[in-house]
Design a protein around this ligand. Sequence first.
Ligand SMILES: [Zn+2]
Length: 363
Amino acid sequence: MQSISPEIIFRGDDAWEKSLPHIIQLTKSPLILGRSIFTDNLRSKIFADLKNQNLTVNSARLKFDCCLEDISKVKNIILNNNHDSIIAAGGGKVLDSGKYIAELLNIPCITVPLSASTCAGWTALSNIYTKNGQFIKDVALRSCPKVLVYDHKFIQTAPSRTLASGIADALAKWYESSITSSTIDDGLVQQAIQISRVLRDQLLIDGKKAFNDEFKNISSWRNTIEACGLTAGLVGGIGGEKCRTAAAHAIHNAITQIITPNKFFHGEIVGVGLLLQLRIEEMKNSNKLADQSIKQLLVLMKELNLPTTIADLGINVFENQNLDKIADFTCRDESEIHFLPFEISKQDIIDVITNFEQQKIKI
Ligand SMILES: [Zn+2]
């Protein structure tokens, strides 16, 4: 069984307004889920618009992350108030929580991404973290959200940093899927990999222009936000589980185990993981193109003001056994790192990260 995409997608300016007649057919008593106070005004608009349609509306806020504590709290609010749907309006953590809770309660989930930072509004997947943001596991869901509302006007209000993060996360699709899945004899998987290549090319061409677009309105901005929020999700949907992640995400998951005072976005950490994955390919798989890819990606990542080392994420790997902790988590049995088509050991990860971080310090 494979759920390729949300049942219905509304996209563009005024997508929210256009989705309203459909949403009122689907639900009479939705719960609106969010997290950041910076997007409260957008959720207030969603709340007011639904109230105007005579729906019984309530709202809830995640306190921490997409974690079991928040999930159970929101689940109880829905049960106690007989809500018949969940509208997750926010970033990746809110969207992942909404999808997971909807699946647990067997009610429809409507995703309304408020930035282009991930493709979580599309996918049938939730990442579960601890209260402190440490990755625990991926949960494959039965289906993608019932409705995805990708309203460009909402996304225009998000800081450019969220777009940079979305670009890094979407770029990883090609580098991860092409190495893990190019030998899989399945037409859909192969086509998904090809889409991820076109997606990467588009981001290399348009990413910088989109990031620097002050008014967030030119076609490269629109193409880029849709690439990050929609196309990246489509790749996951068509390609299925094997086409998703490899070392970049495995290293992301490991880096989140180190708690730091400043939180970084998912894609920002994945971007660093992606550079490390390419170094691993160079070292363990004699991939001569990897170094060129790193140089090409570094140019864009610098232009997008993205972190490019673990040190940039506020972590000194040479302190507090951090390197050991990251290498351990990266290589645990259930890690996606083992989707790589060659053996990888904890010592390999230690060597690659040590080289990588020391090289950077010299620069
Ligand atoms: Zn990701």
